[in-house]
Design a protein around this ligand. Structure first.
Ligand SMILES: NC(=O)c1ccc[n+]([C@@H]2O[C@H](COP(=O)([O-])OP(=O)(O)OC[C@H]3O[C@@H](n4cnc5c(N)ncnc54)[C@H](OP(=O)(O)O)[C@@H]3O)[C@@H](O)[C@H]2O)c1
Length: 181
């Protein structure tokens, strides 16, 4: 399974502020232009992996789980979370512990392109296993100073990616795409 970390971050590499808020994305001048590319990305993935903090942020904001048409794997120790998600169209599985067997399970389920929907903690675990194939990131034109990093935690040995795309986006933002070498 190909693993893609697609997200947005600040100039200093934070995916949320210190309180876990995403208000910084409003600094992007042409938000509609930045968001317009997301559906195309989404149509190319067939599974989602996410961590408990990202899901809690969505649920606390009243968003529910917006991608319930895609088979989803949640990493969490919190047994109350599944109940809060409720019914989903595609499978929604909660798991915990080492990530490597979870990625094996996802591959065995037939997923070919997996989106890590968040957050930095889960992305760091995947990078530590050298299982990040692609990083697609929008950089918003502001600095947060604190908050979860794009890869947050022990990322293991240093890795290098090949830059496949680097362009100005939505007036004052940038879009970068790196792939595993
Ligand atoms: N900029 C963006 O577009 C974007 C996108 C996504 C997320 N975000 C933001 O990023 C923040 C969340 O990122 P994050 O790095 O703090 O957290 P995260 O990766 O979403 O979740 C981390 C949490 O997931 C659970 N977890 C992770 N790995 C596990 C494992 N192997 N086994 C069991 N449980 C595991 C643990 O919580 P428990 O032990 O409590 O279960 C852990 O504290 C939120 O503020 C969110 O809003 C931003």
């Amino acid at each position: 399974v190909q693993v893609v970390w697609y997200t947005a971050m600040s100039m200093d590499g934070r995916i949320a502020d210190a309180r876990g808020r995403l208000d910084f994305l409003e600094t992007i001048a042409g938000r509609d232009e930045a968001l317009a590319e997301f559906p195309k990305f989404l149509s190319g993935v067939d599974g989602v992996l996410l961590g408990a903090t990202t899901l809690r942020w969505l649920l606390d904001g009243g968003h529910g789980w917006p991608h319930d048409d895609l088979p989803t794997w949640l990493l969490s120790h919190d047994d109350g979370l599944l109940e809060r998600v409720g019914a989903t169209r595609a499978s929604f599985r909660q798991t915990s512990g080492a990530l490597a067997p979870v990625l094996d399970e996802i591959a065995a389920a037939g997923v070919s392109r997996l989106w890590i929907a968040g957050g930095g903690n889960v992305a760091a675990q995947a990078l530590a296993l050298d299982r990040i194939d692609e990083v697609i990131v929008t950089i918003a034109p502001t600095v947060l100073g604190a908050g979860p990093a794009l890869f947050d935690g022990d990322t293991g040995p240093s890795r290098t990616f090949a830059l496949e795309e680097c362009r100005a986006l939505a007036g004052n933002a940038a879009r970068l795409r790196w792939v595993r070498r």
